[in-house]
Ligand binder design. Sequence first.
Ligand SMILES: Cc1cc2nc3c(=O)[nH]c(=O)nc-3n(C[C@H](O)[C@H](O)[C@H](O)COP(=O)(O)OP(=O)(O)OC[C@H]3O[C@@H](n4cnc5c(N)ncnc54)[C@H](O)[C@@H]3O)c2cc1C
Length: 262
Amino acid sequence: MEKIIVFIKQVPDTMEVRIDPETNRIIREGVPSIINPYDRYAMEAALRLKESFGSRAVVACMGPPQAEAALREAMSLGFDQAILLSSRDFAGSDTLATSYTLAALVRKLAPVDVVVCGREAMDGSTGQVGPEMAEHLGWPFLGFVSKVEELKEGRLRVNRMMEDHYEEIEGPLPLVMTVVKEIAEPRLPSLRGLLQAKKAQIQVWGREELEMEPARTGSAGSPTWVKRVWTPEHHTQGMKLTGEPEELVDRLYKELKGQNLL
Ligand SMILES: Cc1cc2nc3c(=O)[nH]c(=O)nc-3n(C[C@H](O)[C@H](O)[C@H](O)COP(=O)(O)OP(=O)(O)OC[C@H]3O[C@@H](n4cnc5c(N)ncnc54)[C@H](O)[C@@H]3O)c2cc1C
């Protein structure tokens, strides 16, 4: 296994994502950003593959210029190269255009053996980018990987976590996989890593550096629009009971009984 690429997304550091009512896009101004939590597990999986096979590990992100901070943080963990795909041409990408752009980078960096993604991003949460990228590349896709078992005769065997069971599956390299939290505990950067990351070069590439059809990038290449985003209304009222535990148990019992909930 010579080269691994892990894709990380920068997402807003909040559970209360605010949406612009005009564009239905996330308001990122004034909200601090973090590396998508699932992508920390993807980075750990990539680094463990790098260490097991002596591979070169590349970390990449598509996003605005400030996403460089996410890549610099990633570099402190031990990656060999960081690439930021940032250009106005990529603005407004839906999952199809995003996965097309990321796949163009994979082709540019050929030969690549394994592409690792998180299972989903905390903001868009579609979980589509990994499998769509595999489709663009024509590569096998291993989803929800919870453990990498072994690489034998060019085939990678993994466990994947389903809702109520595990599956053992394998596929030939090159392939794309998405990982779940159970894959491995993400490492913290070393002091040396932090110092090296400060000086690390983050390459910034746009459409010119990649071989792409302009009509398939950014909003032009995005057949999906988010039409409306809203929070469901709560029709039931909550009730707060205060008092001593014994008395509360009694009152709670009567309340639930009175509402035919027992
Ligand atoms: C509220 C909301 C709803 C949306 N709904 C849709 C929708 O229904 N359909 C649609 O097509 N688009 C949708 N989008 C747009 C979507 O955010 C973008 O297409 C985004 O680039 C990728 O989709 P995702 O965030 O769902 O990623 P996922 O597919 O959930 O991400 C999976 C993994 O792919 C990798 N990845 C994803 N994006 C990037 C990136 N930019 N750079 C590097 N790695 C990346 C990461 O490893 C990540 O863990 C929505 C956006 C918002 C804000």
